[in-house]
Design a protein around this ligand. Structure first.
Ligand code: SF4
Ligand code: SF4
Length: 345
């Protein structure tokens, strides 16, 4: 039974405007996307609605630092929850911004999608060097920096290199997320992982977790399938069928657009309510789409799988592949359904 206290992570889109025009951006952000910029009071209203103990708000975009009022907004969010973080490309964070983040213990998650040739293919020429420089400045200012790396067919051979780079930059965490076929990413079918690539990515992830288990760098994943190759954190819980990892949609995380639209995750574009019109209780506890994630029997493709408690597959990918939110994650190599995403012919 999921309660309001289970909702620990709320991500809010504070702008769609961005200084970059990345090839795989799921929000389709770019310079000049500020025509429908959410207004300050509307965002504060959203923060008030998600207020609560044990809750974390992450700012995302677009590029949050493209907003002139970003520091005031972060300050406003901090008043309502235990902790706040920001995803950023890092390029617009000036010395005052870095000092503010450090002083208020606000971590910055910075995207770096591979070595220079891969990152710059995705994020624009010269942006690998610029981003690495931005990470160095943030770390030097005392900001807790995470690196976020999208795992595509281009970056798959370089995951260990990215972990080494993260460690050398003094960041505290690197997180991997598979390339998703949404937003502008939908136009890059040839860069999406195949089922076999997904297995290789999970194996590499498990190797990196083991290799860095005693070091200062934490290795993290946003891909449910990666959990299936890790030793169970708690065998008894796993045997009892309690959720111990995997997809957080509908269970502990919520995504909120600037107009208040609530989504189970950024890639599942089925509205679960609106936080400018409804209370958090109404959205979180009563939304039909969110409730669908809370019953094992609904997961037609995964409910009999022993990995269900720590995986459950990517529901967004399942929806995209076959129009069934509870269907097969096409990248699951454990599945016997035979619905596999193969190399493009
Ligand atoms: S069948 Fe579902 S739960 Fe099992 S490994 Fe595959 S995606 Fe994960
Ligand atoms: S549906 Fe996929 S992208 Fe969305 S939260 Fe779950 S694993 Fe992540």
């Amino acid at each position: 039974m999921v309660s309001l206290a289970d909702l620990t992570s709320v991500t809010v889109v504070v702008t769609r405007n961005c200084n970059l025009r990345c090839r795989w951006c799921f929000e389709d952000s770019a310079p000049g996307c500020d025509r429908q910029e959410p207004e300050f009071p509307s965002l504060v209203r959203i923060f008030e609605r998600v207020a609560g103990r044990g809750r974390h708000i992450t700012f995302t975009g677009g590029e949050p630092f493209a907003r002139a009022d970003i520091l005031e907004l972060l300050e406003a969010a901090r008043r309502h929850v235990d902790s706040v973080g920001v995803t950023t490309n890092g390029l617009l964070v000036d010395d005052d911004g870095a000092a503010f983040l450090a002083r208020n213990r606000i971590p910055a998650a910075v995207s770096l999608d591979g070595p220079p040739e891969v990152n710059d293919y995705v994020r624009g020429r010269g942006n690998f060097e610029r981003t690495v420089e931005a990470v160095r400045r943030l770390v030097a200012a005392g900001v807790a920096v995470n690196i976020q790396t999208v795992v595509s067919r281009r970056s798959l051979p370089f995951l260990a290199d990215m972990a080494r780079l993260a460690a050398s930059l003094g960041v505290r965490l690197i997180a991997f997320q598979r390339l998703m076929p949404f937003g502008r990413g939908a136009r890059s079918a040839g860069d999406l992982l195949t089922t076999e690539d997904a297995r290789r990515a999970a194996e590499e992830y498990a190797r990196l977790v083991a290799a860095h288990s005693h070091g200062p760098l934490r290795i993290k994943t946003k891909d449910p399938l990666h959990y299936t190759l890790l030793p169970p954190r708690d065998g008894a819980q796993l045997a009892a069928g309690a959720v111990t990892g995997g997809c957080r949609a509908g269970l502990s995380a919520l995504f909120v657009e600037g107009d208040g639209t609530a989504l189970a995750c950024p890639f599942i574009r089925v509205p679960a309510g609106n936080l400018l019109a409804q209370s958090l209780e109404q959205v979180w506890l009563e939304s039909r789409v969110l409730r669908a994630f809370r019953s094992r029997s609904n997961y037609v493709a995964c409910r009999d799988c022993t990995h269900w408690p720590r995986c459950r597959g990517c529901r967004a990918y399942a929806l995209e592949a076959a129009g069934d939110l509870m269907g097969t994650d096409p990248l699951c190599w454990h599945s016997l359904a035979g619905d596999r995403r193969r190399e493009p012919a």
